[in-house]
Ligand binder design. Structure first.
Ligand SMILES: [Zn+2]
Length: 450
């Protein structure tokens, strides 16, 4: 089944869901107060899987506004008078977090080499599709690593205002990239747009992103992107240190892109909170990642996407072979990293029409030796800690945002259940994917057509 199609499970008779919820309401305990009962909704699932590995059978999640108030089990956990939404055919997991997206990179799959939107408004309008597809995979939060014209900031703010449907976004504005040739005399510096020559411009570039409202600083520390898998370090060790220090001084974390070993090591030693992509890291470096707690975001799956879509994207056979061998090396490194106890987080590096496939990276986490629950943690608790939101995101627990995903099947046994069998998504207490009858009275949107 395509993950885009409406799951068969929606054929479950909704009248039956309502009927099932009735006895629960009648036999429930008294509410703590009448007003609480009026505004609270109880969501009942077959089970709730916590990324720690703990499973609660017949789970009841009480939601008020955008927050989870209480988690319990069975009829006794449902206060009297509270609206009950019975989703007991399904198992609940926390809303997922994709820590590496490029939401503003939009292309039309039907015309992939055709024109792309340029102005900020047109980019944001096109990218609304990417945001929606991301929600449909169960991803309710992303960290977006690099955008032009602050389109990412516009998206983040529109989503937060509720005028655009999408995951909550942590954004970075322009990523810092190394200029190899000096701009012509008299032309303005590229530093505000992230293009820098030297250390003094690095500080200017970091300050510009912070000033524009970025949550993170992104630095491109090596070559390698799209069909190009070269891994040459671009910023020196010292320049990475200057960037990390400037980010931290401004109170912002930094993510550094490096396809290669030396850049990955330098990024970690500079104090980057996360290092993105490295296809290879040696054992000494992995040990140091583990000791420092630096997060490795392997992004194995995006090279699968490029290879599979090579014909549409105009990549040749040699490039496909390079993408394939990089992917194998990357997976082998992720396997060694997991064995070495390195903290890892799920990043899809999604661009174009890869949105909707954000969580396929979890399949590679399992191939790297994780259990399905450990893989789930890379997209929940590990990611939430990286985003500095460990008490608000990544778990279904009191005080956390009501970001909940219902899946069909047992996610503790098969990661494919998370990847391909998402049937219902709640973000911040609102049902964003699923039948209207499961909203507890709030509006919803159902899955987009294939
Ligand atoms: Zn990226």
């Amino acid at each position: 089944m395509s993950i885009r199609s409406v799951p068969r499970a929606f054929a479950y008779p909704l009248a039956l869901i309502t009927a099932l919820s009735m006895p629960a309401v009648l036999t429930a305990q008294p509410p703590s107060s009448a007003t609480t009962a009026a505004t609270m909704v109880a969501y009942r699932f077959k089970a709730l899987v916590d990324p720690s590995g703990r499973t609660t059978a017949d789970a009841v999640v009480l939601v008020q506004g955008d927050t989870i108030v209480r988690v319990g089990s069975g009829v006794r956990a449902i206060p009297r008078g509270v609206t009950v939404v019975d989703l007991r055919p399904y198992t609940a997991i926390p809303g997922l977090i994709d820590v590496h997206t490029h939401m503003t990179y939009w292309r039309d799959k039907a015309n992939p080499t055709g024109p792309v939107p340029r102005s900020r408004d047109s980019v944001v309008a096109a990218a609304a599709w990417n945001a929606r597809r991301t929600l449909e995979t169960g991803v309710t939060t992303v960290r977006d690593l690099g955008a032009s014209n602050y389109a990412d900031i516009a998206m983040r703010d529109s989503i937060n205002k509720g005028v655009m449907a999408g995951p909550r976004m942590f954004v970075s504005g322009y990523g810092l990239s190394k200029l190899t040739t000096a701009p012509r005399a008299g032309t303005p510096s590229g530093a505000p747009r992230g293009r820098v020559m030297d250390t003094s411009e690095i500080r200017t570039a970091v300050a510009a992103q912070v000033e524009a409202g970025a949550d993170w600083i992104k630095m491109y520390g090596s070559t390698g992107s799209f069909q190009n898998v070269t891994s040459v370090q671009t910023f020196t060790d010292l320049e990475m240190q200057v960037a990390a220090d400037a980010a931290h001084k401004a109170g912002k974390p930094i993510a550094i892109h490096s396809y290669g070993d030396s850049g990955g090591r330098a990024a970690m030693r500079a104090g980057a909170e996360s290092v993105e992509h490295p296809g290879y890291l040696d054992d000494v470096t992995l040990k140091e990642f583990a000791r420092r707690g630096t997060v490795y975001v392997p992004t194995v799956d995006h090279n699968r996407f490029y290879a599979e879509n090579a014909a549409l994207l105009g990549y040749d056979l040699r490039q496909v072979a390079e993408l394939d061998s990089f992917r194998l090396l990357n997976l082998a490194t992720a396997t060694r990293a997991h064995a070495a106890g390195v903290k890892m987080a799920m990043g899809s590096d999604a661009v174009y029409w890869m949105f909707g496939e954000n969580t396929r990276e979890l399949g590679f986490m399992v191939k790297a030796g994780m259990t399905p629950v450990q893989a789930l943690a890379t997209a929940t608790t590990n990611a939430a800690a990286l985003l500095r939101m460990p008490t608000k995101l990544g778990r279904v627990a009191p005080g956390f945002f009501a970001d909940i995903v219902a899946v069909e099947g047992d996610p503790t046994k098969d990661i494919d259940v998370v990847i391909r069998h998402v049937v219902w998504v709640m973000k911040g207490g609102k049902v964003v994917v699923g039948p209207a009858s499961t909203s507890g009275g709030l509006g919803v949107h159902s899955k987009s057509a294939p």
